[in-house]
Design a binder for this molecule. Structure first.
Ligand code: HEC
Length: 136
């Protein structure tokens, strides 16, 4: 009996030392970047959406047939002499940007024609505007 009790104690201590090692490992694994939003890039994230879905109509030079809006570049999107002589995007305020209202259809007709952008793509563009609509 004494032998078994001794073995139990040894096993108990062994278990403690393993969990001790696990605890010591925690600070090393705690480096994940939690919660912070990532910076959206115009050239890397936003322009590719336009290249894919918009530039077949929104060309350079801007065509009156496509709202006088050139979506081939940042300069075209933010051209102050563009459509309606009003800014398409208000940096930091996606919800009040005319551009976004045309994308979500709150001002019709929805763009692109047929409304083929995914909610994730629209959210990405909105997030870029809310981050200041930078030429990044
Ligand atoms: C099949 C052609 C076509 C495609 C593709 C297209 N558009 Fe348009 N777009 C138009 C036409 C035509 C107008 C002008 C008439 C109007 O305002 O509805 C226009 C107007 C707009 C306007 C309003 C400009 C203004 O201020 O008057 C916005 C904003 C716009 N488009 C955004 C987009 C975006 C963003 C995409 C791609 C995701 C896109 N469009 C794809 C044809 C197109």
């Amino acid at each position: 009996m004494k032998y078994f009790r001794g073995l139990t104690v040894i096993l108990f201590i062994f278990t403690l030392s393993i969990s001790g090692c696990t605890d010591m490992g925690d600070p090393l694994s705690g480096g994940s970047p939690g919660g912070g939003s990532t910076t959206i890039s115009y050239s890397g994230d936003v322009q590719p959406i336009f290249d894919n879905a918009c530039v077949s109509c929104h060309v350079t030079p801007p065509s009156p047939g496509a709202g006088d809006l050139d979506l081939t570049s940042y300069a075209g999107l933010t051209d102050p002499s563009g459509p309606n002589n009003a800014p398409e995007v208000i940096p930091g305020d996606a919800d009040n940007s005319y551009f976004v209202k045309r994308l979500d259809g709150s001002i019709p007709p929805i763009m692109p024609v047929g409304g083929t952008l995914t909610p994730a793509e629209i959210d990405l563009i909105k997030e870029w505007i809310n981050q200041g609509a930078l030429d990044n």
